[in-house]
Design a protein around this ligand. Structure first.
Ligand SMILES: *Cc1c(COP(=O)(O)O)cnc(C)c1O
Ligand SMILES: [Zn+2]
Length: 422
């Protein structure tokens, strides 16, 4: 029998403890609840040797993921490439740059498969037969796909302005996809009411403490793939502000277990779009409270959360780690998507453009040292946000199917190449 590593839930504000149940906030102060582990039990079972003998999925780090039995959903999620990005590094003017490429995560091509695998495995443990989510796009597809594969009923709620690729990528799996006339914050409020009214398992509402822990797997993989060390800098996109905190928590937990050297000095950098920048704004103003953005307007729709659930903790972590946050406009996002494609051959969605563009800005500002090691978290796939590029990218040149036409084309584009041809 696998030993239970999770003690229960604990309020991040007042520390009050709660049992392992589908709960997301403290009844005393509405603080978010977080999973509490028995780290002594974890340390007894989790060593580098133990980890090395396991498959390259998120479940490689299962002791630090909050399920009690064997995982049942998302068994193949995770294990995405960490790529040394020397051509992009040269373009940005830094010496040691890596891309953590969750644009190719299995099965739905975004980092959300990590959180969903954990949340739905937990939903099965809790006995839920119907699950759901409030989504900005990627979560919809991931819940729909992973629920289908697990034989769960799924209700997926999205704002009514999402990209085709996100809507199709959720609808194909047979889930009920419901578009709400409004923005993400309206969708999220409705989902809280539905979860309560129908008693269903909403991954980012009543299952949120378990769901959020899945993001740590991205940090564990980064540290292991860097040869068991934490990087000097991490740049992560922020929507609700959960991922950035869990990346840092992953390094801290690895150090606590002696798997990497501590204390962790990784500086955390948060990336947002200027059209929806509640967290970066809080950091830049050195404010203590996150002021919600009422009407988000950005092509980075997956990051368009005006009232981020973890915004306060994200801005606090960014400052305490010695990092910073910036935001970028739509043109900067598109330029960065093209730059990543042209230098590294990676096609990311708009959120990835936000990450690369913010990294570029922070390097130019001197906020990110050019000499340190930097990891950029690319969290979603460009095929899902084609609308953003459709008028911005060169169309194919059309020619007749004969050699003379092709020769004329090369002659016009590259006369010296045409001259040496035999
Ligand atoms: C959800 C999402 C994020 C960020 O998630 P939070 O944990 O809510 O900050 C980043 N990138 C993409 C592509 C996403 O879909
Ligand atoms: Zn509390």
């Amino acid at each position: 029998m696998y030993q239970h590593m999770v003690r229960g839930l604990k309020c991040r504000l007042c520390g009050k403890r709660y049992p392992k149940e589908p709960l997301n906030f403290c009844t005393e102060d509405f603080g978010p609840l977080e999973v509490e582990y028995d780290y002594e039990a974890v340390a007894r079972s989790m060593s580098k040797d133990a980890i090395r003998n396991r498959p390259h999925t998120i479940w490689r780090y299962r002791e630090l993921l909050p399920i009690d039995g064997e995982p049942t959903v998302g068994l193949h999620v995770g294990g995405t490439p960490l790529i040394r990005a020397d051509r992009l590094a040269r373009a940005l003017g830094v010496s040691e740059l890596y891309i953590k490429n969750d644009a190719v995560n299995h099965p739905t091509l975004s980092f959300k498969d990590r959180v969903v695998a954990v949340a739905l495995s937990k939903a099965v443990e809790f006995g839920f037969e119907t699950v759901g989510c409030a989504s900005t796009g990627n979560l919809a597809g991931s819940v729909a796909a992973n629920a289908a594969a697990a034989g769960l009923n799924a209700y997926v709620l999205i704002p009514d302005n999402l990209e085709q690729g996100k809507v199709l990528g959720a609808s194909i799996y047979g889930a009920k996809v419901i578009a709400i006339k409004g923005n993400y914050d309206h969708v999220n409020r409705l989902c809280s009411q539905i979860a309560f009214r129908f008693g269903w398992g909403f991954v980012n509402v009543n299952l949120r403490p378990f769901y959020a822990e899945g993001s740590k797997s991205m940090g564990f993989e980064i540290a292991e793939d860097l040869g068991w060390r934490a990087p000097d800098h991490v740049v992560a996109p922020m929507a609700g502000g959960s991922l950035i905190g869990k990346l840092h928590k992953a390094f801290v937990e690895f150090a606590q277990l002696g798997l990497i050297d501590g204390p962790i000095r990784t500086r955390m950098f948060g990336a947002q779009a200027t059209g929806c920048n509640p967290i970066s704004n809080t950091v830049k103003l050195n404010a203590n409270k996150v002021r919600p953005v009422r009407d988000p307007q950005t092509i980075a729709k997956s990051l368009a959360i005006g009232d981020p659930a973890d915004g306060f903790f994200a801005s606090k972590l960014i400052r305490e780690s010695g990092g910073w946050s910036e935001d970028v406009d739509d043109d900067e996002i598109i330029d960065a998507m093209l730059l990543l494609g042209e230098t590294e051959g990676i096609f990311t969605e708009t959120a990835g453009g936000v990450t690369v563009a913010v990294a570029r800005k922070l390097i130019e500002q001197g906020k990110i040292d050019r000499d340190g090691s930097t990891v950029l978290c690319i969290t979603g796939n460009g095929l899902k946000t084609q609308e953003a590029l459709i008028d911005k990218i060169a169309r194919p040149v059309v020619i007749a199917p004969d050699l003379a036409a092709f020769e004329a084309l090369v002659e016009a584009a590259a006369p010296d190449l045409a001259a040496v041809a035999v």
